[in-house]
Design a protein around this ligand. Structure first.
Ligand code: F6R
Length: 349
């Protein structure tokens, strides 16, 4: 069932290329984005958006904020559902309420959806499970089409969430990134030589006092997600941080036992992120840089393909951070598919 892979998670990482093709099927067309599930008129009168989700789905939502604000010029707030639920939020009827959920059963996310519906907001679910509780409550649903996700640590569902939000940003902003979307999917194909390299590298990253994943713009939520993957299955402490924020405190932790995974985009704030990396190197942190631009100064370097669209870089870096988490966890001797203390779907508060 694992098709020759050691873990479901590994299989699901490798599946992302095929899965994403499903996600965009009939939606990403040369004439722009089409969604059979929602009519454009559904979005009439919407002045802003709230996205509510938990965990990995929340991180996808954060990527969605950057994309929707940039491409569709609609203000987006992203909220952790367990917080939103209890703070009597200000909900106005010109707000579209989007929930993101792989399972469709996450209790906190579901409750915020009910709350928004009661307040008279239009609601849209981005969900992987048809007929789930969330799908039944939401006015409209765009299905993620990730297939069944068995690994407790979400990988392919995250990929489909980000892809769907990207398509939605095109749809709402009436822009067409047809080619870039196809190329981004191409970028999720796992190169076996690269996987071997990450396997080898992983042994240098086992015995430190923790990890920071850093990035800017859309690579900041990817840093959050990379850190979450690593802590879920390796049990090593990891944080995602905006690269430019390190100097406001966390850089105090820098020494050779502090591991930093730097997501260095060629296309967004390259020089600024590079100088953040330099600051960490100067303070002796052990840095692994992921970029298309070779930089000599860091201890390790994983090269991605040269591309001129940040989302193509995003999807390639996503796969690398997933593989890194996987290989560190395997070296620690952990059961990647059954991480301690975690369940696949959190239907309790
Ligand atoms: C992390 C992970 C969790 C879920 C979160 C929300 O790998 O799987 O953080 O993302 O519990 O679950 P869904 O998306 O089912 O609402």
């Amino acid at each position: 069932k694992k098709g020759g892979f050691r873990f479901y998670m590994e299989k699901e990482i490798y599946e992302q290329f095929d899965i994403l093709k499903e996600t965009i099927l009939g939606r990403n067309t040369e004439d722009g984005i089409k969604f059979d599930e929602v009519d454009k008129s559904f979005f009439n009168g919407i002045n802003n958006i709230i996205i509510s989700a938990c965990g990995t789905s929340y991180h996808a939502g954060l990527v969605g904020k950057y994309l929707i604000e940039r491409n569709a010029k609609i203000r987006v707030d992203v909220e952790v559902a367990s917080e939103l639920r209890y703070r009597n939020p200000l909900l106005t009827k010109d707000t579209l309420f989007i929930v993101i959920s792989q399972s469709g059963e996450t209790a906190d996310t579901l409750e915020t959806l009910k709350m928004a519906k009661e307040a008279g907001l239009k609601t849209l679910a981005l969900c992987n499970v048809d007929n789930s509780s969330i799908v039944r409550v939401a006015d409209k649903t765009i299905l993620l089409r990730a297939g069944i996700e068995k690994g407790v640590a979400s990988t392919k569902a995250f990929a489909t969430q980000v892809m769907t939000l990207w398509m939605l940003s095109n749809y709402l902003g009436d822009i067409n990134e047809y080619e870039a979307i196809n190329s981004a999917i191409e970028a999720t194909k796992v190169d076996t030589a690269l996987h071997e390299k990450i396997k080898r590298l992983s042994k240098r990253y086992l015995h430190g006092h923790g990890f920071f994943f850093i990035g800017r713009d859309i690579f900041f939520p990817l840093a959050l997600e990379g850190a979450l993957k690593l802590k879920e299955i390796s049990y090593i402490h990891a944080e995602g941080y905006p690269a430019g924020e390190m100097k406001h405190g966390p850089i105090a932790l820098a020494d050779p036992e502090l591991f930093v995974v730097a997501l260095l985009s060629k296309n967004i704030l390259y020089e600024k992120t590079k100088s953040n990396i330099e600051e960490l190197v100067a303070r002796d942190a052990t840095v692994l840089t992921i970029s298309s631009e070779f930089i000599e100064m860091t201890d390790d370097f994983v090269k991605i393909k040269n591309s001129n669209h940040p989302m193509i870089e995003f999807f390639e870096m996503m796969v690398i951070t997933q593989l890194l988490a996987l290989e560190v966890a395997v070296r620690m001797g952990n059961d990647v598919d059954m991480p301690r203390n975690l369940a696949k779907s959190v239907t309790v508060e």
